[in-house]
Design a protein around this ligand. Structure first.
Ligand SMILES: [Zn+2]
Length: 413
């Protein structure tokens, strides 16, 4: 139903435009080059016949597919991001298309001996017989999230070409700077005007996510007293030893490398220090809001406990919340998950509901008043040279978008 070659062509036309974001930049979009794809998308939306096409001063692109039924249907939206990760080379992407994949290793780069191993990345095996798009081993692929953009664009074109499929008003939104955590920051939820939306930004076929971490970062500053080591008796306070005490007082097994599923953690991401001052940077993650609060309190309590052994307030803990679990905002509107599940089943896909061990733009948007679960876009191994996407997964994701439009319309008949 959804033309495979057209998906491939569209996808390649997007990934060959470099749109890498930059966390050091203070502007939105963080890099000028993101404008190139933003403008191209706006043009294509106009060309295919979408209405209310807009591109704002921060490069957020929005457009409307008008309803084709007389009855009232809630406005729904589909969102993805056009920037790519700053963690890996994203320029000069040279995709390779492997047709009728045999389930074995894929040589990405003969010269450099870079191989996508189906033993190591065993998710690959489920795509035997399909068409896989990979990198040439020198860059990422940027299926994250140009697969999502391809799917939304293709679905809108499909609905425009097939007016017999009944649907309500649909909004699409493409954002910059998701990879540096700012994709939702300047997203105009009011202007978007949807009752709910889906980000097309998940990984493997079937993924449907509406739970993510509650997240905070903590800066722990430990104050010491630097004195000449030769005259230090009873005078020197070495902040580094106090910092080590603090680190060892936190539960060592509650760390990223020892946890999975819904287990939370403390993650020590950076240490720098000398005798006078040591600074520790942590991130705190937990799906459960109560546990999340308890973790933050635990850090403060430990600090005062350790400080009580010294004369002054030698440790300060500064905690900033980053984002929250969207589950709280999705639970009151569970029908939006049901619609997505039913859409997947109608497309012969087994829905995989699982908690995200991270955050999404959708989580932030949910707290901004736009409930926004996340749906698979099909790619694997994001942010590196082993990234790949099966074309059939992009076809299926496109089909899911079309089905969601259809089922939402039916539900409110
Ligand atoms: Zn993404």
């Amino acid at each position: 139903m959804i033309n495979k070659q057209r998906i491939i062509d569209r996808f390649i036309s997007y990934i060959t435009i470099d749109t890498q974001s930059d966390p050091e930049s203070q502007t939105t979009p963080s890099t000028k080059k993101q404008w190139v794809l933003a403008r191209k998308l706006a043009e294509e939306l106009e060309e295919m016949g979408m209405t209310e096409v807009s591109i704002d001063e921060h490069a957020y692109v929005m457009a409307t597919l008008p309803a084709n039924v007389p009855h009232k249907v809630p406005v729904i939206g589909f969102i993805s991001h056009f920037d790519t990760s700053p963690d890996f080379n994203a320029s000069n992407i040279k995709p390779q298309i492997i047709e009728d994949y045999d389930g074995l290793d894929i040589i990405l780069n003969k010269e450099k001996n870079i191989v996508l191993s189906s033993e190591y990345f065993d998710d690959l095996k489920q795509y035997k017989g399909q068409t896989i798009i990979t990198t040439d081993g020198t860059s990422l692929l940027s299926a994250d999230d140009k697969a999502g953009i391809t799917e939304i664009m293709t679905a809108m074109k499909y609905l425009l070409d097939n007016p017999d499929i009944a649907h309500g008003k649909i909004r699409v939104g493409f954002t910059p700077d998701e990879e540096i955590g700012r994709g939702a920051h300047k997203f105009d939820v009011k202007k978007f005007g949807a009752a709910w939306a889906y980000t097309m930004d998940g990984s493997q076929i079937g993924e449907l996510e509406f739970e993510n971490f509650n997240a905070a970062k903590a800066i722990v500053r430990v104050q010491g007293k630097a004195v000449h080591p030769g005259y230090a008796k009873d005078k020197m306070v070495n902040s580094q030893y106090i910092a080590v005490d603090f680190i060892n007082s936190l539960p060592r097994l509650e760390s990223p490398e020892h946890t999975e599923d819904r287990q939370g953690f403390f993650h020590l991401s950076d240490i720098r220090g000398d005798v006078e001052e040591t600074v520790l940077e942590y991130i705190i993650r937990d799906h459960d809001l109560g546990h999340f609060k308890a973790r933050k309190e635990m850090m403060q309590d430990l600090a005062s406990e350790i400080c009580s052994q010294y004369e002054n307030d030698c440790i300060s803990v500064e905690i900033t919340d980053q984002y929250y679990n969207m589950r709280e905002k999705i639970e009151p509107v569970m029908h939006i998950i049901e619609i997505a599940e039913n859409a997947m089943k109608a497309a012969n896909i087994e829905p995989l509901l699982k908690p995200i061990r991270g955050g999404t733009d959708g989580a932030q948007l949910s707290y901004m008043g736009l409930p926004c679960p996340n749906i698979f876009a099909g790619g694997h191994n994001f942010h590196g040279k082993y990234e790949y996407v099966p074309v059939e997964s992009m076809q299926k994701a496109t089909e899911v978008i079309v089905k969601i439009a259809e089922l939402t319309c039916e539900k409110y008949k």
